[in-house]
Design a protein around this ligand. Structure first.
Ligand code: EPU
Length: 425
């Protein structure tokens, strides 16, 4: 077990390079098993979720070769073995194995996904989609068995525009017989990224990125090479950190269009944001206006940036209201921020945040983005040292976080937790 140690009080300055998107990578890796020849993924993030996923594919019999930010996946020898336990439980996105295995073999047995459980995260819409495609679903002591003699295209209306359900249904439908239409599909950029890979593998998919996606099933998918889009959440996290520390940071290798919502809200607070072709410069200011913020599905403000934004809003002069319409109880970072002196009240799905100076403390990350919120809080908490445990959550999604922060001038290092009590802070 490790903890992050951060001595705050220094503005971040310089340039940070953004890696490929975690939430694309964890869908593209399983998508590759729909092909029976090699798929090469470039611009892969160096995060533990990717590491775990590549180990899972090896357990299924795929050959996975990782070199720097590239992964070569040869799933020609892949078998559909039951995986009720083990590594699938470590990863939320292991649910994509269901759609991918179903598409390739007509069957899958996978344990319920783990990962960041900041609130109950149902997968009923994934199941509804598989059933509409003709699969039978058997819930067997917490693992899910999905079987289909022949997947047949169908029209599927999603009750919620779920990212995971949209991608999972796309994966299964690429090799179904006939046409599938997904209505009320999620529109996140990661959906387009997955569709782009699948089309390069020979799938026929139209409308990804809109609320109606049409998929014409094909019999065979082949290998290809694909470069993953930049991680908009990682980029947004550094934008927020730059603003919070009153620094001046250029966030490089981004698609500014994917960052429009965060850019708009930072500007509303009084942060200076300069957009370039593939980078964004964020210049922090001394005083910030409080704002109202609603986390919504894309192109709205991302729920994944809601927690880091909570920290920034503690620096505004007045009361901000932040409401999460995607995950109504995603506030596990709030009690930790209170330990650091924040003044935040939760009312329903809203956090009411009053501007307040933060102090260093011992805190615990209980999910990935809560961890990011605490890192930013630590960077601005006077010049004392904040200790953040639960680092394994942060490692799931932030490529080279400490290295990047150190390059930007932060005083951050990692220590082993030797004392059990430190864990329970
Ligand atoms: N929902 C249902 N039923 C379903 C699926 C979703 O009711 O079958 C609800 C959820 O409870 C939630 C909403 O629909 O209220 C949206 O959930 P969605 O399915 O879109 O989330 P997800 O696919 O499980 C992905 C990201 C999350 C991100 C959300 C929302 C991955 C691996 N995860 O999760 O990322 O918060 O979309 O944008 O892509 C993170 O990166 O920290 C993270 C949690």
């Amino acid at each position: 077990m490790e903890k992050l140690m951060i001595r705050g009080g220094k503005p971040l300055n310089g340039v940070v390079q953004i890696s490929g998107a975690k939430n694309s990578a964890v869908a593209l890796i399983p998508a590759a098993i729909l092909s029976d020849s090699e798929v090469i993924l470039d611009n892969l993030p160096n995060i533990s979720d990717v590491e775990v996923y590549s180990e899972i594919l090896e357990e299924f019999g795929a050959t996975v070769v990782r070199k720097q930010d590239q992964m070569r996946i040869d799933a020609s020898q892949l078998r559909s073995v039951a995986m009720p336990n083990g590594k699938v439980k470590l990863l939320r996105a292991s649910y994509y194995l269901m759609g991918a295995l179903l598409g390739r073999f007509g069957e899958a047995t996978i344990g319920m996904p783990g990962g960041c459980n900041f609130e109950p995260r149902p997968i009923d819409q994934h199941m509804k989609g598989f059933e509409a495609l003709g699969a039978e679903i058997i819930n067997d002591h917490g693992s899910i068995k999905i079987i289909a003699k022949q997947l047949v295209g169908a029209k599927i209306y999603l009750d919620v525009a779920s990212v995971g359900a949209t991608i999972n249904i796309m994966l299964a439908a690429t090799r179904a017989k006939g046409s599938t239409i997904i209505e009320n599909a999620a529109k996140e950029p990661e959906i387009i990224d997955v569709a782009t890979l699948l089309c390069a593998m020979g799938a026929v998919i139209k409308g990804a990125g809109t609320e109606t996606i049409r998929i014409e099933g094909v019999q065979h998918l082949h290998g290809c090479r694909h470069s993953i889009i930049p991680d908009r959440i990682q980029a947004g996290t550094y934008m927020i950190a730059a603003a919070a520390t009153r620094g001046d940071v250029t966030i490089d290798n981004v698609i500014p269009k994917h960052l429009e919502a965060i850019t708009a809200k930072l500007e509303e607070m009084g942060v200076e944001v300069i957009e370039q072709d593939e980078s964004i410069r964020v210049i922090g200011k001394k005083r910030y206006e409080p704002i109202d913020l609603k986390a919504l599905v894309y192109p709205g403000f991302a729920t994944d940036l809601q927690s880091p934004m909570t920290t920034l809003l503690t620096q505004a002069e007045g009361v901000s209201i932040l409401t999460d319409y995607v995950y109504g109880t995603r506030f596990k970072h709030v009690p930790e921020l209170l330990r650091m002196g924040a003044n935040i009240r939760i009312e329903g799905r809203s956090a009411i945040i009053e501007g307040k100076k933060l102090n260093a403390a011992k805190v615990r990350a209980t999910d990935l983005r809560a961890g990011a919120a605490l890192v930013i809080a630590a960077l601005i908490a006077g010049d004392d040292v904040t200790e953040i445990s639960g680092v394994e959550y942060i490692d799931r999604g932030y490529d080279d976080l400490e290295k990047n922060l150190r390059r930007l001038g932060a005083n951050v290092w990692r220590e082993h937790i030797v004392d059990e009590l430190a864990e329970t802070c």
